[in-house]
Design a protein around this ligand. Structure first.
Ligand SMILES: Nc1nc2c(ncn2[C@@H]2O[C@H](COP(=O)(O)OP(=O)(O)OP(=O)(O)O)[C@@H](O)[C@H]2O)c(=O)[nH]1
Ligand SMILES: [Mg+2]
Length: 227
C-alpha cells in the first residue's frame, strides 16, 4: 500500500532535516512537510533532505495538516500518517501504525503514549491529566476505547476522504477521531514513545495560551459531534 507521511512544521529548522531523513528510511512513498509560515529555514532544509514541501500560510495545526492531506490524496496514496515535526515521535515506530491498516484490521490507528513510554519531561502533568480526561470522555460518548489523543497516527485514505474536516486549528486531531467513530470506522491504538522536542520552541503544551486553547478545542469538539 502506498504511504504518505505528513509533517506539519512551524519553525522546526533544528529538527526537520534529520526527521525527514529518518522517515525516508522507513517503508514510505512520500514525505510531505507542510511549512506553516516558518520564519527560519524549515522549508529549505526539508526539501534538501528529500521531502516534498507544501506551503500553508494560514497559521494553525489543522490548516497545515489539511494542506498536506490534500496533496497526499491527490497523489493517490492509500495510507496517510501524521507526525509532528519536532522529533517528539520516532519515525522507526511507524510500522506499528501501518500494520493494522495493511492487515485490514483498522481504518484509523492511533499512537498511544499512555500505552507506550513517555520520556522524562516530555509531557507536563496538566497535559497528562488533560489527555486522560478527554480520552475517557471520548470513549464514553462515542463508544470507543482510547487512552490518548496523540498526534502520531495513520489513517486509510478512503476513510480520510469521507471525513469533511472542518477544524483548522487545535481541533483537527479530535475531529478526526470523533468523525471516524461516528462513521463506525475501526479504530485501533498501538503503543508509541514520546520524547522531549529535540530543538526549537513549543507552540502548544509548553505555553499557557497553547494549553488553554488545546484543552478548549479538544473538549469543545468532543462534545460538538456527540450530539
Ligand atoms: N501550534 C502550532 N503548531 C504547528 C503549526 N503549524 C505547524 N505546527 C507543528 O505542529 C507540531 C506540534 O506543535 P508543538 O509546538 O510541538 O506542540 P507541543 O508538542 O504541544 O509542544 P512541545 O511539547 O514543546 O513540543 C509541531 O511539529 C509544529 O511545528 C501551527 O500553526 N501551530
Ligand atoms: Mg511537540
Amino acid at each position: 500500500m502506498k504511504t504518505a507521511i505528513i509533517i506539519p512544521a512551524l519553525n522546526e529548522a533544528g529538527n526537520i532535516a534529520e526527521l525527514v531523513r529518518q522517515t525516508l528510511a522507513q517503508p514510505v512513498d512520500w514525505v510531505i512537510v507542510v511549512d506553516n509560515g516558518s520564519t527560519d529555514d524549515t522549508a529549505v532544509l526539508a526539501k534538501a533532505a528529500g521531502a516534498t514541501v507544501v506551503r500553508e500560510a494560514r497559521r494553525g495545526y489543522g490548516y497545515a495538516c489539511a494542506a498536506g492531506t490534500a496533496v497526499a490524496l491527490n497523489l493517490n496514496t492509500d495510507i496517510l500518517v501524521y507526525m509532528d515535526g519536532d522529533f517528539s515521535s520516532l519515525p522507526q515506530e511507524m510500522p506499528r501504525l501501518l500494520a493494522p491498516i495493511q492487515a485490514d484490521e483498522a481504518d484509523l490507528v492511533l499512537g498511544s503514549r499512555a500505552l507506550g513510554e513517555i520520556a522524562a519531561g516530555a509531557m507536563l502533568p496538566h497535559q497528562k491529566f488533560g489527555n486522560w480526561l478527554s480520552s475517557r470522555l471520548m470513549s464514553r460518548l462515542y463508544h470507543i476505547r482510547v487512552t490518548d489523543l496523540g498526534p502520531y497516527r495513520a489513517i486509510r485514505a478512503a476513510t480520510m476522504h469521507q471525513l469533511d474536516m472542518r477544524e483548522m486549528t487545535f481541533g483537527w486531531p479530535t475531529e478526526m477521531m470523533v468523525k471516524v467513530a461516528k462513521g463506525n470506522g475501526r479504530i485501533r491504538e498501538v503503543p508509541v514513545s514520546w520524547h522531549v522536542r529535540r530543538s526549537g520552541e513549543s507552540k502548544v503544551s509548553g505555553t499557557l495560551r497553547g494549553s488553554i486553547l488545546a484543552g478548549y478545542y479538544i473538549l469543545g469538539v468532543t462534545l460538538k459531534y456527540a450530539i
